[in-house]
Design a binder for this molecule. Sequence first.
Ligand SMILES: *[C@@H]1O[C@H](CO)[C@@H](O)[C@H](O)[C@H]1NC(C)=O
Ligand SMILES: [Ca+2]
Length: 353
Amino acid sequence: MAANVSKLNMARLRRSSVFSVFQLDLLRELLCVLVAFCVLTQQSLADQQEFFEDFLKREYSLVKPYRGLGFSSSSQWDLMGTAMVTPDHVRLTPDQQSRQGAVWSRIPFVLRDWELRVHFKIHGIGKKNLNGDGIAIWLTRDRMQNGPVFGNMNQFVGLGIFVDTYPNTDKTHDRTFPYVSVMLGNGTLMYDHDRDGRTTELGGCTAMTRNSIYDTFLLVRYSKNKLTLMVDVDGKQEWRDCAEVSGLRLPTGYYLGASSATGDLSDNHDIISMKVYQLTVERTPEEEEEEEVITVPRLDDMYQFQVDVEEEGMSGLQLFFTLLFSVLGLSVLAVVGLVLYGRWKENKRKRFY
Ligand SMILES: *[C@@H]1O[C@H](CO)[C@@H](O)[C@H](O)[C@H]1NC(C)=O
Ligand SMILES: [Ca+2]
């Protein structure tokens, strides 16, 4: 009886072990399929990534990991002032008074049509409007200079994009800060820090980029002499128009950089990445011919941007008289129109009868 039972058990055992071997095989096969699937999909993802990265110009881009940045001779970037590298960002200034820091590309920028995407972070313990001064992104003839424009020289030659976090001109309260703006320097034009650069600004927008819970990005696109500035600061993963400047002529061979300064007020100013993409743009032979060699940055039509910053808004009385005269003028026009119309109608009737 006992032998029988044990035989039965043995058989069971064997069967179950056979079964488990079979299960194991199945499991192994499944695993293989799964691994193969994973490898394959990973490959295709990597391919896509590579395809996209084709447009990313690594020589001009500042991306993680920032290997050797600032000290290695093989690095494409130089650090200046208080700028320092951590695994997560390049901190241009810490949240301390009177600091200046910058990071500058060593490679002259020769792309014709390009897009720059800057991932940055501005944060600090100061209350709103008790912080400063902001970050500037540069594409300029000179590099590694100290100065009063967000830690860079004034009367610069080239493009400056400012993320201004402190309102120095706060008489009118017509503008909410942080304010992003664009300026084209030609060596004579001065950025007026006391007026937040309003006299030389070509366009801009408000963008809540400080102490934000979202990642904050800037996009600068330059193609066929048109500059487009966009921001992505609301965590919506979409670009919002900020400024557009056409007829902007920018020489090549300039240097990409980012700088920042603190004064009495401060913030941490961090650059997480600056990615440059080459744009593929078709040009007609005429357009090719039109492209001239530029030596000094300039705008085809400077007058479109001439803003009179002294101009205060209209006073109530001025507004009243302006309205009054507009209404009077319109009435006169209407009366004249009616009279003329009456005459014309009469003439027409006369002709018919
Ligand atoms: C720079 O631009 C200003 C304003 O348009 C102009 O007055 C000045 O002559 C320009 N300077 C150069 C060097 O082109
Ligand atoms: Ca300012």
